[in-house]
Design a protein around this ligand. Structure first.
Ligand code: NDP
Length: 357
């Protein structure tokens, strides 16, 4: 284990989230100390009994009940080497634009203020988990626009305020929250580096588990539903860009470990396009004994899961370069690893066999 990381404490907010636990685990494996924050009192025990088992001596936990409250993170940031801020509402059952905007923007600003005021001069990097939803703007751009880090979702907020849907409000909240970060950086010229990671729809095996599949996060639940025989095709999220959670975690760690290169940068992460139909087709082929929704086979994506001609694309050239890879984990690998993990966690729970013996 690399010992030069042993004295470095990395703060991860929303530590019991799907992406955050992956980041936490990668950092623990690299020998860092991890300090996680959560709203719930049960998160610490849950993580130390599960995803972070064996890393008890490297892990600290702080409860932050209201991430928007002024000074909420003053204690949590003290003495940290880096801050990875992932906490933000990703809950498509929320009913108002402000239910997304409040914690998304307020959380970003509150933790930046705490970082500046109380973290200490050893703080090197602040990485915020933004989203491709902060970049893509299907209301304003041509349908075949090639998106990059230079683009912003500008119309989402007015669309969501005119006619509320949770996914549009969510995307708009990510754009507003990331914009608030860059505005804060411009106004405050912080002594630490600031970077944003902008992932597409994240899949891949979780390392921390809810009690039951219905509590899986917003982007894993559709995979479970397809795999376990639900006969409704889940709605496509955004423009169905895909990315594996392990790559998303690696990108956060890289941005944190390369503050001179990542400072002021956004990293779009989308490895191609894969709507729920692609998961259904793949899982039907891999598990012919299971009853899995048919939908419209082959529709809405290409066999290599790249961006179909004439549709929006979002190529992660910058992120590939940063991580030194030609491409990220493939969609097949991501989904098959996910369902393998489902079976390990909940053996036999998915009962959708065509012929029961
Ligand atoms: P999870 O739902 O697993 O995690 C969300 C995290 O945010 C949880 O830790 C949750 O805490 C915390 N959170 C949510 N609402 C609040 C709130 N009001 N106050 C404090 N904390 C809150 O989802 P993900 O791991 O997927 O999401 C993590 C981050 O990644 C988010 O910022 C999300 O926008 C971003 N992202 C996710 C993508 C995806 O496809 N999954 C794609 C692009 C970006 P608690 O456990 O207490 O509820």
């Amino acid at each position: 284990m690399p010992s030069d990381n042993a004295d470095k404490v990395v703060l991860i907010t929303g530590i019991n989230g799907y992406i955050a636990t992956h980041i936490g685990l990668q950092l623990l494996q690299k020998g860092y100390k991890v300090r996680g924050t959560s709203r719930s009192t049960s998160a610490k025990g849950h993580l130390l009994a599960g995803a972070f088992k064996g890393y008890e001596s490297q892990y600290e936990h702080v409860e932050v009940e209201d991430i928007v409250a002024s000074g909420a993170f003053d204690e949590a940031v003290k003495g940290v080497h880096a801050i990875l801020h992932t906490a933000s509402p990703v809950d498509f059952t929320l009913k108002t634009v402000d239910a997304f905007f409040g914690p998304a923007i307020g959380g970003n600003l509150s933790i930046l203020e705490s970082a500046k005021a109380t973290a200490g001069p050893q703080l090197r990097a602040f990485v915020v988990t933004s989203s491709i939803a902060a970049i893509m703007d299907r209301w304003r751009q041509a349908p075949d626009h090639a998106y990059s880090e230079a683009d912003w979702n500008e119309m989402g907020e007015s669309v969501a305020r005119r006619e509320f849907t949770a996914p549009v409000a969510y995307g708009a909240s990510k754009a507003a929250a990331e914009r608030a970060v860059w505005k804060w950086v411009e106004a405050n010229q912080p002594f630490f580096a600031v970077a944003a990671v902008n992932p597409a729809v994240v899949t891949g095996p979780p390392v921390s588990w809810p009690t039951t599949p219905d509590k899986l996060n917003t982007t894993l639940l559709p995979i479970w539903n397809i795999y376990s025989g639900n006969n409704v095709m889940p709605p496509q999220i955004g423009s169905a860009g895909y990315i594996d959670v392990r790559d998303v975690a690696r990108m956060h760690v890289w941005a944190m470990e390369h503050p001179d290169q990542s400072n002021g940068e956004r990293y779009l992460m989308s490895n191609g396009k894969a709507p729920p139909q692609a998961a259904a087709d793949l899982l039907r082929e891999q598990f012919p004994e299971r009853d899995i929704i048919v939908g419209e086979p082959g529709q809405g994506y290409t066999k290599d899961y790249w961006f179909p001609q004439g549709e929006a694309s979002s190529v992660s050239t910058k992120a590939y370069k940063a991580l030194g890879v030609p491409k990220f984990i493939t969609y097949d690998r991501s989904v098959l690893d996910t369902v393998e993990a489902f079976e390990k966690q909940w053996p036999g729970l998915a009962q959708n066999f065509k012929h029961k013996n």
